[in-house]
Structure formats: structure tokens, C-alpha cells
Design a protein around this ligand. Sequence first.
Ligand code: ATP
Length: 295
Amino acid sequence: MTHTEPAFAKLNLTLDILGKREDGYHNMRMVMQSIDLHDVVTVSTRETPGLTLTTDLPFLPRGDGNIAGKAAARFFQATGQCAPGLAIDIRKKIPVCAGMAGGSSDGAAVLRTLRRLCAPDMPQKELEEIGALVGSDVPYCVRGGTVLAEGRGEILTDLPPLPPCFLVVCKPACSVSTPELFGLVRSKRLRCHPYTAALLSALEQGDLEAAAHRFYNVFEDVLPARYSQVFELKGALLERGAMAASMTGSGPSVFGLFRDEEPARQAAEALAGSCQEVFLCRPVAREDVSSSFSF
Ligand code: ATP
């Protein structure tokens, strides 16, 4: 059996850190949004036991070292089923180490596929719990859409969808160390926090402009000066008509939100020379992630 599944990137409309926990993780509060930029993950069952993992990015880990391989292992541990031979192929489009949860999304696509192939009656909640054993962003990526993620990222509340819009996502060439940023959050006092309740109420009212004004990522507050390109790109997006611009995850990718396609396309074209990659994207609804359409 073979199944091919899109693994959608995510953006953080907000990212807030509430404090460090005794287990070493941080309590987070984040509004997450799936976008149509996606990897393509194909899972095939085989007669021969074991896992083979192929990808078009040769520097990514293979086997269990890849988040997709780890997800497969955790799935069969959790179900107690004897793991069949598996071949996983990942075609990457989501930039790596970019704050867009590319690896987590590949892992989530494997989990959705294995449920479809091996455990079709498994409830969504159970699949998300297996996701939490794979990584903090995986439960959200299993579900997708517009979601409030709390705790480590595993306490999920569905939100009304972001109204139709266009998102210009810019990936600078630099990469940011997530542990370094968490360390800086602990040593500095965060000056501002997102007003998450106001974003939820804007989403409730379907008010794109009010929602856009609430985008905020606390990691921006502690970004070392060497990442000035993040702020330059935000400025450039706003100058070109974005209603709001923010960094996603621990960066360094930055996105701008536009109501209309043409200004978004022009901004994407104008910024293509200023960073490594630029994507013109649209939000993806939860139904389109969980329906797991096959290509
Ligand atoms: P997040 O937004 O969840 O912090 P990210 O987008 O910053 O994640 P990823 O692209 O998911 O980062 O990759 C993080 C690390 O995981 C990299 O070091 C990469 O080598 C490793 N990795 C393992 N499996 C994958 C995969 N399938 N795709 C991308 N990276 C993977």
C-alpha cells in the first residue's frame, strides 16, 4: 500500500512564553496557522522488514534520526502493532530550520498516513498524543488549521479560521539557534507579550485587520543584533503594503499578511533578491489538513 500526503508548513501568528517548567520545557501560548507551502510525504508498506527513508535533501538525517522515521517508530510502539516494512520518501519544499515546523510537519504527515493505512479507527486525540511523543510542534501539525497551542504545544484549541488573505514568507540565509533564544528569554525580561485574547476575538469576528494587528512573537524581543535582517525584512514587507509582519517560531523566517493577491505578489517579487527564498502562500483550513487528501 502506498499513500502520499502533503505536510503543510506553519506560521506563528503569535508566540508567547509563559515560563519554564520543572521538566525543562517551556509553557507556551501560540496561535498557529497552516499555509499551503508543503513537503510531499509518501509512505509505502513493504514485504521486507525495517525502515528506508529517502529525501531530496541529502543532508537530512535518515531512519529514526529523521522526525518522519521517529514518528513511524512511535506510532507502532503506541499501537503495539508489529511494524510492517516501511519506505518513507520526503520531497522537501519547506526550508529547514526556518521556524516553519518542516520536520514536525513531515512527522505528522507520517502519523496521519499510518493511521489511514494501519489503524483507521484511531481517534484524532490519540494520534495527537502520539505526536507529542515525537516533538512539541507535532500534535499541532497532525491537526493543522488555525489553532491555539498551549503547554509544550500539545494542548490544542481549534479557532475560527484566519479570513482569506495572502502571506509572503521570506527566509533569510542565516539560521537562528532555538536553545540560544530560550536562554536569552530567561536572562532578559520580556518587555511585551502578545495580546492573545484580542487575536482570538478578532478571529471570532472574522476581522482580518484586527487580527493582523495582534501578530507578535516574543522571540523578536531577544534576537541578537546579528539577526538585523529579520527586522529589515519586516520593514520591507510593511513598506510594500503588508497589514502586519512578524517572525515565525524561533525564526529566522518572516511573513507579511496582505488582503489582496496583487500587492502580495509584487512584494514577493521585490523581496526575492533580498533573502534566500520567498514564498507567496495562502492559509490552509483544518479540514484540508485532516481530510488527508491523496495526490
Ligand atoms: P520548528 O519551527 O518546529 O522549530 P524548524 O522549521 O525551525 O522547526 P525543521 O526544519 O523542522 O526546523 O528542522 C529542525 C531540525 O530537524 C534540523 O536540524 C533537521 O536536520 C532535523 N530534521 C529531522 N527530520 C527532518 C525533516 N523531515 N525535515 C526537516 N528537518 C528535519
